[in-house]
Design a protein around this ligand. Structure first.
Ligand code: G4P
Length: 541
């Protein structure tokens, strides 16, 4: 047994000091952004600062490979493991940082949301010319549901940008969060010269000639350095001085408010040219929370007070047709995990020995011997043994709070092309639904019994079809439907009956037999809710 393992106190009274130190050194976060705001670029730079240069290259490679759907599917099959579900771990100062990749672009799906269930903080990257964009907003809302602290990095200041005050204003009104600028940009576009750091009152000037791939040396000086006035037009310089004067008036950063997700510290910079990344990372290292307590049916589980426990936030099927295994991704929530450990699977009560746990590094995986609260481990045999949200623990069984389902936005009927494969079709759908690949609804009124797939991201349709074909030998056809909203319909039977089901409203049932109405728009939902006050149209989760 390792020294660290020995230091675990027995009888479930929680980890010892060495384990506690490993846990409090963990910082587990994800970057949320709208496509093209600079998530990949910022990830690369952060990895450079974390000396994980070998990982930085593969991040970009992965993004490029992902850009074509067909390539993505081929890669998934070839590697037998999702390339979209990686965790990058790197040391920074005394910390061990886990950066969880949230798939973006066309591979946006429910998995993207679920990944946010496994982090302790998030970094929101905004494009300085665009501000808060739709996908950022969706991801932000998931973070807000969990009250995760959020850092904001306003990127691409080396390009023409919107007025910094207008950007802050937008964060405040759209996201209902107090933005606190930690630094202030000096110029933008061709005249971007660096940032003024509020707390030190120093200016960090950046050297444009430094190659983008390297860590840029920063020249620290004062706001009255003549080079600043020379680099800006008179009007810009005056503006800058006025704004810096104004900063005094703005609210200051409050760690407590940040931790409670009421404030977001804002950093201006340019990931591509490496402006402001280290300033951000240094603050991140100081301010980002260590693994916190997760809610459960046994109360909040303190990571430092309990032995190993964790929950499955994602299951990824092995696309390798030779062996249909899959991996369950577990967020370690408390204590220390050790290879060969016996754990209880709370839902089934089964005890299992975990002999081949994986750690994921960009596009590689390796078997690990130990992990700590805050880390992510992959356990083979995922689909056979686990469902999304399952808890495993080395203590008395309990269950972490369920992972919420996210509102589907795309709907399509799935038609089995070969009736003789009916059984495989049903089985495949059932398993893929358990895995959380999509939700399945059945129309109640019509003679048509073809299932309706409900998904968050449109690529989930392709994934379901490809996997039914590859893993169950079932060829299918998809008929897109024009509905946009699914709502749980509840109320007195006769009032529900009186809804205009025949006119554009679709009556379906889900796996639990609940009545789910499909609507063409949110406006329609509001319209019916107003006319039928005895009926409720709740969120499906
Ligand atoms: P994403 O992962 O959020 O989708 O964004 P990504 O980092 O891939 O960045 C999207 C585009 O924006 C890339 O250009 C990238 O080089 C550029 N970019 C990122 N940060 C900055 C920045 O600070 N300043 C400037 N000027 N550009 C930035 P691309 O042409 O689409 O890709 P590539 O050819 O550079 O790979």
């Amino acid at each position: 047994m390792s020294g660290i393992a020995e230091s675990m106190t027995k009888n479930g009274s929680g980890p010892g000091t060495a384990v506690a130190e490993c846990i409090t050194a963990r910082r587990t976060f994800a970057i949320i952004s709208h496509p093209d705001a600079g998530k990949t670029t910022l990830t690369e730079k952060l990895l450079l600062y974390g000396n994980a240069i070998h990982l930085a290259g593969s991040v970009r490679a992965r993004r490029n490979q992902r850009s074509a759907t067909s390539d993505w599917m081929a890669m998934e099959r070839e590697r037998g493991i999702s390339i979209t579900s990686t965790v990058m771990q790197f040391p920074y100062k005394d910390l061990v940082v886990n950066l969880l990749d949230t798939p973006g672009h066309q591979d946006f799906s429910e998995d993207t949301y679920r990944t946010l269930m496994a982090v302790d903080s998030a970094v929101m990257v905004l494009d300085a010319a665009k501000g808060v964009e739709p996908q950022t907003l969706k991801l932000f809302e998931v973070c807000r549901q969990r009250n995760i602290p959020i850092f904001t990095f306003i990127n691409k200041l080396d390009r023409p940008a919107r007025d910094p005050l207008a950007l802050l204003d937008e964060i405040e009104t759209v996201l209902q969060m107090e933005p606190v600028p930690m630094n202030w940009p000096i110029g933008d576009g061709d005249r971007f010269m660096g940032v003024y750091e509020r707390h030190s009152e120093c200016v960090h000037l950046f050297d444009r000639t430094v190659h983008n791939q390297t860590i840029s040396p920063e020249l620290i000086t004062g706001i009255d350095d003549p080079r600043i006035a020379r680099g800006l037009s008179d009007a810009q310089h005056e503006d800058l001085l006025v704004n810096i004067g104004l900063l005094e008036e703005l609210r200051s950063f409050d760690l407590q408010a940040f931790r409670q997700a009421r404030q977001t510290p804002v950093y201006f910079g340019s990931a591509l040219t490496n402006f402001g990344v280290q300033l951000f990372l240094d603050d991140f290292a100081e301010m980002a929370p260590a693994p916190g307590a997760y809610p459960s049916d046994d109360g909040p589980i303190d990571p430092l007070q309990r032995g190993f426990s964790g929950f499955v936030f994602k299951i990824q099927a092995n696309m390798d047709p030779r062996h249909r295994d899959s991996v369950a991704f577990v967020r370690v929530c408390s204590g220390q995990f050790e290879r060969n450990m016996s754990v209880v699977h709370s839902r089934t009560g089964n005890t299992m020995r975990l002999s081949r746990p994986y750690r994921f590094f960009a596009d590689e995986r390796e078997v690990i011997d130990e992990a700590f609260a805050g880390d992510i481990i992959g356990i083979p045999g995922g689909r056979r043994d686990f469902a999304i949200g399952d808890t495993i623990t080395c203590e008395e069984p309990f269950n972490y709070a369920p992972i919420p389902r996210f509102a589907p936005e795309h709907f399509a009927r799935l038609i089995n092309k070969d009736v003789s494969k009916y059984k495989q079709f049903r089985k495949g759908l059932e398993q893929l639904e358990t895995e959380g690949a999509m939700q399945v609804l059945y129309e109640t009124d019509a003679a048509r019994r073809d299932p309706i797939l409900a998904v968050v991201g449109i690529l989930q349709f392709d994934v379901v079809q490809a996997r039914l074909d590859a893993e169950y030998g079932v060829a299918t056809r998809l008929e897109p439907l024009s509905y946009q909203e699914a709502r749980l319909v509840q109320g007195p039977a006769e009032k529900i009956e009186a809804l205009p089901w025949a006119y554009g409203l679709l009556r379906t049932k889900d796996k639990q037999g609940r009545l789910i109405g499909l609507f063409r728009s949110e406006f329609e939902v509001g319209y019916y809710a107003e006319r039928h006050p005895e009926v409720t149209f709740g969120a499906v989760n």
